[in-house]
Write a protein that binds this ligand. Structure first.
Ligand SMILES: Cc1ncc(COP(=O)(O)O)c(C=O)c1O
Length: 356
């Protein structure tokens, strides 16, 4: 036995259905599908009637094509591997006028989505002037230009922020830019909303063709104050008690006084640590053993100490995360940002089990 990531496949698919309802969704599957496993996630999403996928990695995009000949695959980072993009029919972001100018000829037969930078300042056209510059050149090159503009998109980086005006600002800016772009192009796809924006807007923004969802599909609420019923966590992270150590008062355990007892105590040594991707700040809170919560006292690379009572014994299962002790509960307490804990999980050290 060792540290384990378990996914309940049927429940995962059921939850995706529950979350997406009848909305058209492009599933964000970057970082190994938020570490649920790319091929697992693609197959599960296909079963839940999602056929559009977005990732930031060309390697993942190619992997998706190998799993599905019909899927629409959108690469959110620009790539200059134009032959591969064409061979695997991968659509891609167009991140700037400069990119178009430089690679205009190599981009032939590639479908692109115009990206608006918005407040995120990560990638994309900066403003209407830059789009104007592009449109003028694109229209001039009409006869020789074989790149296909099929989509428009942006990312709302402030959708989970309340009490500040940034989300309203980025939403407003985008809708203005989109109205302008629509006077020049007929888009097959328009997508802007992540999980937080989807929940906040109670659906799809007018004139958009797809939601572009990540975290909510994987079972975590995108911001605090939402009911747990919004999405179910069907992923579990567990390990087991290796042994119980008894400590005298004022006795230290672990590297560099990792934990010092205050009285006679029982410490469970558990086979999971930050090397498995458990965030360091998670150690300030509880885990669950035999249905009861116990405080974690120290987190090391491959072990953690848990302060337990007489009911806990060697080989007992220790649950770090499940639908009873959800990842989002700890996100809201400050253990990492939104998708940080999921994407930090170590896919090489955790034993992966999919329960059908
Ligand atoms: C560009 C882009 N779109 C959509 C998403 C999905 O966001 P979320 O997981 O909050 O739904 C992400 C995630 O980071 C992203 O980077």
């Amino acid at each position: 036995m060792s540290a384990k990531l378990t996914i309940h496949k049927d429940k995962f698919i059921e939850n995706v259905h529950h979350v997406k309802k009848d909305y058209p969704v492009m599933a964000v599957v970057k970082n190994n599908a938020y570490n649920t496993g790319l091929s697992f996630a693609i197959n599960a999403f296909l079963k839940a009637d999602i056929t559009h996928f977005a990732t930031t990695s060309l390697e993942e995009a190619i992997e998706i094509r190998k799993l599905s000949t019909n899927a629409v695959i959108f690469l959110m980072n620009p790539s200059t591997e134009f032959d591969l993009l064409r061979a695997f029919q991968i659509q891609m972001t167009l991140p700037s006028y400069a990119f178009y100018e430089k690679y205009q000829h190599e981009l032939h037969d590639i479908k692109v989505h115009l990206e608006y930078e918005n407040l995120l300042s990560r990638s994309g056209f900066k403003n209407k002037d830059e789009f104007h510059q592009f449109i003028t050149k694109y229209e001039q090159d009409y006869k020789t230009n074989k790149m296909k503009v099929v989509g428009a998109w942006t990312h709302f980086g402030y959708a989970d922020e309340f009490g500040v005006p940034e989300y309203e600002i980025e939403r407003h800016e985008w809708l203005e830019i989109l109205a302008f772009l629509k006077t020049h192009f007929t888009f097959e796809m328009i997508h802007a909303q992540n999980s937080a924006s989807f929940v906040r807007e109670e659906g799809l923004l007018e004139g958009h063709t797809h939601l572009r969802l990540g975290i909510i599909l994987y079972g975590a609420r995108p911001y605090e104050g939402l009911p747990e019923s919004l999405t179910q966590q069907t992923i579990e992270v567990t390990s087991h008690v290796l042994q119980i150590r008894t400590l005298n008062p004022n006795q230290s355990a672990g590297y560099s006084f990792a934990y010092t007892s205050s009285t006679h105590e029982r410490l469970a040594v558990v086979a999971i640590g930050y090397g498995d991707g458990v965030l360091r700040t998670r150690a300030q809170y509880d885990c669950m053993i035999n249905g009861k919560r116990y405080p974690i006292k120290a987190l090391m690379m491959s072990h953690m100490f848990v302060l337990v009572d007489d009911a806990v014994k060697a080989n007992d299962i220790v649950t770090l995360y499940s639908n009873e002790i959800r990842i989002d509960e700890f996100t809201f307490k400050g253990v990492g940002a939104n998708s940080e804990q999921l994407s930090a999980l170590n896919q090489y050290s955790l034993i992966r089990e999919v329960i059908e």
